[in-house]
Design a binder for this molecule. Sequence first.
Ligand code: F6P
Length: 560
Amino acid sequence: MVIRKAMVKKISQMTADNLLKSPRQTPAWALLEKHAADLQGTSLQTLLDTPDRYSSCSLQLNELCLDYSRQLVTSETLNLLSELAEQTALAEHIELMFSGAHVNLSEDRAALHTALRAAASSNITLNNEDIYPLVETERERFLSFADAVRDGQLKGYGDTRIRQVINIGIGGSDLGPRMLSRALAVADGPVQVDFAAGLDGIELQELLHKADPAATLFIICSKTFTTLETRTNADMARAWLLQRLPEDAVASNFAAVSVNHSALDDFGIAPDARFCIWDWVGGRYSVWSAIGLAVAMTTGSKVFRELLDGAAQMDEHFRVTSFSSNLPVITALLGIWNQNFLGLGQNVVLPYDQRLEYLPDYLQQLVMESEGKGVRRDGMTLDHTTGGALWGGPGSNAQHSFAQWLQQGNASAYITYIATANGSDAALSGAHLLSLANMIAQAETLARGQDEADVRAGLAADGLTSEQIKYLAPQKVHPGNRPSSIILLRSLSPANLGMLLALYEHQVYVQSVIWGINPFDQWGVELGKLQAKTYASALTDKAKDVLPGIGEQLLNWSDT
Ligand code: F6P
């Protein structure tokens, strides 16, 4: 407690005195810039072939292993990056977050998603109140609710067993639940769980087309319950249900997760089907809360608790481990190294396990909505870049779409491969091993490349003429020196998945501390929403003068 108070005082003092200078003003930043210049010309091939490269560039926590041996770093790089972390008061900021300090400065809130998976002994207080009982009560409520639906104890209208759940939400109220349900679903579960997010209602309409009203439970996920996309879809679902069943079907076939109780009253959500979330949990950090109800519907409470335990393991590791062995710190520093010193502004995430096909979408919001900022947490304009673009997709498919760009194009990117040593029981083990072999081959060829001499020798051995070789050789050169990391899970267990997601949450936090930005607000989503209201009215009223040019064309072609 004494440490915490001292840390909070130190940060407050730093903020107050504007001592949170840009990281570019730290001694470490200048040394890193010089080091990056000195590393020019060092090949990844050379680094990879140094003795003990893998053992010195890999870390493990339980059944999660990080292999960063194909990153363009040396031990000096890592030392300088750790100094950068020290010089931006990272340790103090880590403690601040876990302790419930208002690290979300612009909204004056704590960021305590870690409390959602903390042990009873964690003693997390917020405004002098121990919040563990609050979290535990709500967790027991939504997990019991899910189990009751799954085993038929809790029925839909007319005592009909619930067979389908449709989660209606968007952003953090969709991406996490959707990704985890996909990753952890088992064949022939008692409940089919689907998701509808898009404002145009097509996703929902397609689901409603085949749904049985009395056997369908809608979960409306919206912290604010004012998000246009979610309200539009929720109202559409409610109207659909009440065209088929009486008014009290809303109470039996809807549930909601929100802080907006008056809106839930108006909608008709039954008290026992309401689950709360708190303002100290950001949307993109909320899947551990009742926002994860759809996940629990897919997996049951036991698996969901294992997911929470995995995240808690990563929390503890993050909080107590020295930087050099700290997985979130190392992955964060590697991202800063690639982004700010090697100019690689894109992080391509390629899972080699189809069950993780929605993981890049989830990480995209977590990383880009947290790090896509232009000013520091104290309002000063940034004098360096922050979070770049994160995108990706299933690795096997990528090999037949954008891997060409990664291998030979002007890819200003670094890649994170994510795989499981043991694949799904559904997959033939031989196929899974082939998939892993391809992932390793992709990482190796990105790193080592193939020079023209090697290409020429291969073409000659294939019997091509010198004319053919002269033309074809340059086309087949792989430049190499393209960095990547591999995150390997022993299996896609709930605990390992929980560790992985928490790893990324803390990676984002570390980067935000070093960059001096607030990762927990998202002011950039507001202006567009406001403008949309103006244009919606203009389109409805066919007010061409209010609309930009394309609006007029839209109205000319519109059949409505
Ligand atoms: O994109 C803005 C945002 O506020 C996200 O941060 C959030 O996850 C999403 O919209 C949905 O918000 P809500 O859960 O309040 O509907």
